[in-house]
Design a protein around this ligand. Structure first.
Ligand code: NI
Length: 275
């Protein structure tokens, strides 16, 4: 990382972001393959944002995760609502623009079927406060016991709830900053390249979400299934996806840094189970 932040804090922050990337690529070898393929093409891959998911439970809402990045200088920016999926989200930016934005969403438990809130209560009860107060929370994975049976019950009502239950706290996705690529200048050529090396894109609402007029175009792979262990056995579940974002300039000439709720709504479906 360039020396634009010059303190032990900057190093500690970089270390935690490195840990996020390690956790993410170990869990999702396909994301690493795509990353490596860009590097082989001579590209330097910069992250636009890293996304987290949680529940709006009083012990584990957006703020519980955000506190661990805010202490390193990240600041809350825009807030987003996804009415159909019952989600609220907020994104965070660091003064050092080379660091990824962090996008954290939470399921609004009071708006979903009561059984989801009941199951979540049982999961959250298993998480020690010491973990919630530690920045290890950002890379801890699933901090509770979960049966595959419960996972499926949750997934039938909310794919989002089932993902958080199965994977816990870790990056849900990293996002390639397309603006920073040299050869693959637009989202169309990025998509073409990703498909040419054998990966499926999320086509819900079209492969490209958003338009230049909206100042943000995004696409993403579909999450690949991985084998996960549950209290009642090992089962395949969709893990994480890799996202691509191209940003456009606002009328004042700066690159737009926000998100488009309508596009993100479709991107969330990248972790849906195959039907
Ligand atoms: Ni994203």
């Amino acid at each position: 990382m360039p020396n634009s932040l010059h303190s032990s804090d900057a190093q500690a922050l970089q270390k935690i972001i490195d840990k996020m990337w390690l956790d993410y690529t170990q869990l999702n070898p396909s994301a690493k393959k795509i990353y490596d393929s860009f590097v082989k093409e001579g590209e330097k891959v910069i992250n636009d944002h890293v996304a987290y998911r949680t529940f709006n439970h009083k012990k584990l809402g957006v703020q519980s995760l955000a506190q661990h990045i805010e202490k390193y200088g990240y600041k809350p920016k825009n807030e987003y609502f996804f009415e159909q999926k019952k989600l609220r989200a907020q994104h965070y930016e660091h003064p050092n623009k080379e660091l990824p934005k962090i996008f954290i969403s939470e399921l609004e438990l009071e708006k979903v079927e009561p059984f989801i809130a009941e199951e979540v209560e049982k999961l959250v009860d298993q998480v020690p406060m010491s973990l919630i107060q530690s920045e290890e929370l950002l890379v801890c994975g699933r901090p509770w016991k979960l049966s595959h049976e419960t996972y499926l019950k949750l997934a039938d009502v909310s794919e989002y709830a089932s993902w958080v239950a199965a994977f816990g706290f870790r990056p849900n996705h990293f996002t390639v900053n397309v603006n920073a690529l040299q050869k693959y200048k637009d989202i169309q050529s990025v998509n073409q390249f990703v498909k040419s090396i054998g990966f499926d894109l999320n086509s819900s609402g079209g492969e490209i979400k958003g338009t230049p007029e909206e100042l943000l175009e995004q696409s993403s792979t579909m999450a690949k299934e991985i084998q996960m262990s549950f209290t009642d056995g090992t089962f395949p579940v969709p893990a994480c996806y890799y996202e691509f974002a191209k940003r456009y300039k606002t009328p004042t000439g700066e690159l737009y840094q926000g998100f488009i709720a309508k596009s993100a709504d479709k991107i969330f479906e990248s972790t849906n189970r195959a039907r």
